[in-house]
Design a binder for this molecule. Structure first.
Ligand code: WT7
Length: 670
């Protein structure tokens, strides 16, 4: 049954061993927004044949405008402008518009805190749309009071608490551009991001809970604010104010004149805050993501197109209904949290659940306890989490009533069919459709996905494109490949929520996304389409790893490693990992007379955690006297990957500089 398909041009291999098909149940389809494959296909065809007409119609009916737009799309590769000349505000669309409807007193956010260490259940908070609106207006006034204005950048470094969403929305209210940094990132990462976007205000908390201990967020910010760049200048010199939320009550230092408590400031402002009239194309946020060089890219998203696309994908992909409790388990530090914890659900007037803690704290049934308690109906999580649940055993979900679930989703990496089937059987009770959604930080919203009432699903395939999305698989020359042949995944036409650029670096924007395949957006992913036109994502084809659903550039980890004074050279590759998808393996050569001792391994792992964050810690560090290089001096990553995976070296080694290096590396794995 299993057949391997190989594309000569790209050497992309993909397994064709999955031929199970799960059609939507009649019952689900009956009340779904899109009820059949025919209906999807008809709408899809329209959206591709007359995209401007399609999007214009959607923008009229979906969004509230202060001023209508003049031109639906202005497109000159690679710059797209959508709904040109229009004015709107994201928060009037996410909050104000619900206030004179029945939604005003509906839960906008249900928040579940991390359970206390003494076994007591976690805290719980519910914010209705009316309450959330008030909190956002208050905090928007705090931001204004401290000098944040339209266009200013605000860095948000908070745990998963409702205030993270409040801070994002408050920025949007006044037209400030937020950049959320995941709470697991280090002081160095915070400083680098502040430096790149020149943030004026930082919003953080004293600490955040993680598996019973406190992550010292404010301390990290303090450290970030004194870090110096290579030229001896302070990286975070742009920061004027630090607003601090009290979350853990851990001891922190407040710098007079710079640092202020969130709760004290709230008491000084009015709850009235008119929404700024923002251009359709005004930047809404910057989110940093890994690329194939050492420097994270500030992905910039705009206002109208992003809002429209996240609103529509939330409704159609998750078949959102009025009484749903929608739980996207991503942290707001990632794009998934932006689009499907905050903006998409709120624009639809939905109830969005937010959980502060880890899936296995205090016990591996934490998620299922929450599903049961809050009657969660839609669950959206990552394959890496699903594989962990599988490993922890069926007894944990079986302890709880999961009958409220009606739809499941996954995102972040390809899901292996075994995990898909387990998710379907054990969590979904065989009745819930699964939407495997492919997208990226850069795309802003879901691009390739089943529509649950319409698309028959195949475990492991993200299936078909969303409305208005035109993906294609191409070879080295940029020509479309036949069905069942692997190639590079590109998007041929602009879509409303596409990134508008890399912050401050238009050249890199062009180089990374628009030069590989002329005229098209290059995703960096390898892919294949089957006979039915279904898309099967193979994974990244650039030097970027996907570790537990997080993109991490190998170059980023390498530069962190060589910033340690003991390291001469480092090469980082991925190794297949049952749980995380990919594990990080670092090959390191040490300077001069330094001896490779096991203690250095720990030192280097901690060093990477300090430089980037714990998510980038190498799983495996191998010391070598030299790294395998081509005669022109390029590290031969293909060989290192094979060594890391424990495979025999196959393929061409004729350009290898010193064959002895290889023999040595293969043995070096105590
Ligand atoms: C990369 C984007 C989009 C939010 C989470 C990650 C991989 C994502 C899938 C999927 C196969 C997937 C791709 C993509 N990816 N979803 N359903 N099937 N691969 O965002 O950090 O920007 O990473 O994640 O390789 O390019 P991101």
């Amino acid at each position: 049954m299993s057949k391997i398909v190989k594309s000569k041009a790209l050497n992309i291999t993909s397994m064709l061993n999955e031929d199970r098909v799960f059609p939507p149940s009649q019952e689900f389809a009956k009340s779904a927004h899109i009820k059949s494959l025919q209906q999807y296909k008809k709408l899809y065809r329209e959206s591709i044949q007359s995209p401007e007409e399609f999007w214009s119609k959607q923008a009229h009916s979906e969004l509230l405008w202060f001023k209508p737009w003049k031109k639906t799309l202005q497109w000159k590769t690679p710059d797209a402008k959508w709904f040109v000349g229009g004015k709107l505000n994201v928060t009037t669309n996410c909050l104000d518009r619900h206030l004179d409807t029945g939604t005003a007193n509906k839960a906008a956010i249900i928040w579940e805190g991390e359970p206390a260490t003494d076994g007591k259940p976690g805290e719980e908070r519910v914010l209705t749309y009316r309450q959330l609106h008030r909190e956002v207006c208050l905090f928007a006034n705090v931001l204004k009071k401290h000098g944040a204005q339209k266009g200013d950048r605000v860095l948000i470094y908070l745990p998963m608490v409702p205030e993270a969403a409040i801070a994002m929305l408050a920025c949007a209210r006044i037209g400030a551009v937020h950049s959320v940094v995941f709470g697991g990132f280090s002081a160095q990462s915070v400083a680098d991001r502040i430096f790149d976007c020149k943030a004026k205000v930082v919003i953080t908390a004293d600490g955040g809970y993680r598996r019973g201990s406190v992550v010292p967020l404010k301390k990290n910010v303090d450290d970030a604010l004194v870090l110096e760049g290579p030229r001896g200048d302070r990286l975070a010199a742009s920061v004027e104010r630090v607003l601090v939320l009290k979350r853990c009550g851990n001891e922190i230092q407040m710098h007079e004149g710079r640092d202020l408590w969130w709760h004290e400031e709230l008491a000084t402002v009015s709850p009235q805050c008119p929404a700024e009239h923002m251009d359709s194309e005004a930047p809404l946020f910057i989110l940093y993501t890994s690329g194939s060089t050492g420097k994270p890219k500030g992905i910039a998203h705009s206002t109208a197109g992003y809002l429209l696309f996240t609103k529509m994908t939330t409704r159609y992909v998750f078949d959102l209904q009025d009484n749903d409790v929608f739980w996207c388990t991503a942290d707001v530090g990632w794009v998934t949290g932006h689009s499907y914890v905050v903006y998409g659900p709120l624009a639809n007037g939905a109830t969005s659940l937010m959980y502060e803690g880890a899936p296995n704290w205090p016990e591996p049934d934490r998620f299922w306890r929450i599903v049961d308690k809050h009657r969660v109906s839609i669950l959206y999580t990552a394959p890496t989490a699903i594989r962990a649940f599988m490993k922890w055993g069926d007894e944990w979900p079986k302890k709880h009533d999961l009958s409220s679930l009606r739809l499941l989703g996954t995102v972040g990496e390809p899901i292996n069919p075994e995990a898909w089937i387990w998710y379907h059987n054990v969590i979904g009770g065989k009745r819930c459709p699964i939407v495997d959604t492919w997208w990226q930080t850069e795309t802003g919203g879901i691009m390739i996905t089943p529509l649950p009432g319409a698309t028959p699903t195949k475990p492991g395939s993200a299936t078909l494109p969303f409305f208005g999305i035109h993906p294609e698989i191409v070879d080295e020359e940029g020509k479309a490949v036949p069905r069942n042949v692997g190639g590079k995944l590109v998007i041929r036409k602009p879509w409303p929520s596409m990134l508008r650029g890399i912050w401050g670096d238009p050249q890199r924007f062009r180089d990374v996304y628009w030069t590989e395949v002329k005229g098209s957006y290059f995703t960096g992913d390898g892919c294949r389409q089957d006979k039915d036109g279904y898309f099967w994502i193979v994974g990244r084809i650039d030097d970027v790893l996907n570790v537990a659903g997080h993109r991490i550039g190998t170059a980023e980890i390498e530069s962190a490693l060589v910033s340690n004074s003991k390291v001469a050279e480092a090469a980082v590759v991925g190794r297949p990992d049952d749980l995380k998808g990919q594990a990080i393996v670092a090959f390191v050569t040490l300077k001069g007379a330094i001896k490779a001792e096991p203690a250095i391994r720990n030192e280097l792992r901690n060093h990477v955690a300090k430089e980037i964050g714990p998510i980038a810690k190498p799983d495996d560090i191998r010391f070598a006297e030299a790294l395998p290089k081509t005669r022109s001096g390029k590290i031969m990553r293909r060989l290192l990957k094979q060594i890391a995976a424990g495979n025999e070296i196959i393929g061409d080694t004729t350009t290898l500089e010193d064959f002895n290096v290889l023999a040595h590396l293969s043995k070096n794995d105590e």
